[in-house]
Design a protein. Structure first.
Lengths: 168, 258
């Protein structure tokens, strides 16, 4: 296959099949990790931004991107990491949020631009909707969960613990 | 941006970035000692997450420091192959983790410091540093909220939790002054709008911390004497032990990858 036949849009479609290793229903494009694609002759530069500074999945994501494009005959693939603008869950579209909920992870709400860090004895007052029974009678048990991007929640209606993709 | 700095400016920015990076690396490592040992599972996960964020910030800062230095050192070279005297972290972050109250009070003091520091660094003329700051600031807000919530619960909690939190504040307070000491490096990077003079963060930090302490029924010691030395490489005995544990694998098997 001639790599030169693949346009920027073609490559974005390939990358839309590269799933996040921790949240395998969302692609790296849907998550907003892929910021740009630059086609240069036979090679491609994929510009990415990390979700969290310490996210251990980023290395795997880079390898998966290179492998997916190499499988289409694209070589070399260069990964360029940028930090500005900082990644935000506001980049997740409505489709991505629906996929998250269907997968059992409550989607993030809008990010507050409020600089003041509110302090309460209990975690954030925001009540994510339970992805299992859709009840809003829920609570955030901890703003830190199984991965950097998720919080631990509990649904009082169906008595199930669940995770939320937290706003950032 | 980095390429445009002359040799003298490079050296200053390198030193400044080491201070920023070493604070996070050492504190992140200290905090990771709780992994598997925290009082409840949710807290174990939270402390490990915060430690991971801090080590992530350290990785970004030390990578940038190495690139600024221009001698081919990456973040791993700076983390694993420097001696204690070459570390530039404040003494506060290298102290042993202590009990849960010591850990939380230290983490709260540092998180508020980091919040104000990152906030100011968003305006750095060093574009990479400004980008890192904007990103780290978002994560640090979570750290502040988490630790401040614990300050209220411990301080305004049971007689036992209050006593332990107050003792931790009394013991750690003398280490907070060093965070705001400014020397020629800080003043120079501040004048060039590359970094932020830490002494300019002292007032907002103090107001923020005292507000929470008051609500937590905790007080600060009257003594104004402050410990110092870390920024010049004069550390407590504790840093050497921490580095020995952190660096042993990399030094035993140089160049190993896994």
């Amino acid at each position: 296959m001639k790599a030169a036949l693949l346009s920027r849009d073609d490559i974005l479609r390939v990358l839309d099949e590269v799933m996040d290793p921790e949240v395998p229903v969302l692609s790296v494009v849907e998550l907003g990790i892929v910021r740009d694609v630059v086609v240069q002759g036979q090679g491609v530069t994929v510009v990415i931004t990390p979700t969290y500074s310490g996210c251990p999945a980023m290395r795997v994501i880079e390898e998966d991107i290179v492998a997916a494009l190499a499988a289409r005959g694209i070589d070399p693939v260069r990964i360029q990491t940028v930090y500005a603008p900082a990644w935000t869950t506001d980049w997740l579209g409505e489709g991505a949020k629906r996929k998250l909920e269907a997968y059992g992870i409550a989607p993030p709400g809008p990010v507050s631009s409020d600089h003041v860090v509110s302090i309460t004895r209990r975690a954030a007052p925001a009540r994510p909707r339970c992805p299992y029974c859709q009840s809003s009678d829920t609570e955030v048990r901890s703003e830190f969960g199984s991965t950097a991007c998720k919080s631990i929640c509990f649904c009082n209606a169906c008595q199930q613990p669940f995770e939320q993709f937290k706003e950032i | 941006m980095t390429a445009q700095l002359d040799a003298a400016a490079r050296s200053l920015v390198f030193e400044y970035l080491l201070r920023l990076g070493d604070d996070r690396l050492v504190l992140g490592h200290r905090l990771s000692e709780w992994c598997g040992h925290a009082p409840i599972l949710e807290e174990d996960i939270a402390l490990a997450n915060i430690a991971l964020d801090l080590i992530g910030h350290a990785n970004l800062l030390l990578t940038l420091a190495g690139a600024t230095e221009g001698k081919g050192r990456d973040a791993d070279a700076l983390a694993y192959f420097r001696e204690a005297v070459e570390y530039r972290n404040a003494l506060l972050v290298e102290l042993p983790k202590g009990d849960f109250a010591v850990t939380i009070v230290r983490q709260f003091f540092f998180s508020v410091f980091a919040l104000h520091q990152w906030s100011a660094l968003q305006g750095s003329a060093q574009a990479d540093l400004a980008g890192i700051a904007a990103k780290a600031l978002k994560e640090t807000k979570y750290h502040v909220r988490h630790t401040a919530g614990w300050m209220l619960k411990l301080g305004d909690g049971t007689p036992e939790s209050h006593a332990r939190a107050q003792r931790a504040v009394d013991d750690l307070w003398r280490y907070t002054g060093e965070l705001f000491l400014a020397d020629d490096v800080d003043r120079a990077v501040s004048e060039q709008r590359l970094g932020v003079d830490p002494s300019q963060l002292a007032e907002s930090w103090r107001a923020h911390v005292l507000d929470v302490l008051e609500r937590a029924t905790l007080t600060v010691p009257e003594s104004a004497w402050m410990q110092r030395g870390g920024r010049e490489g004069r550390h407590t005995e504790h840093l050497g032990h921490l580095l020995a544990e952190m660096q042993i694998v990399a030094r035993s098997f140089p160049g190993a990858s896994w």
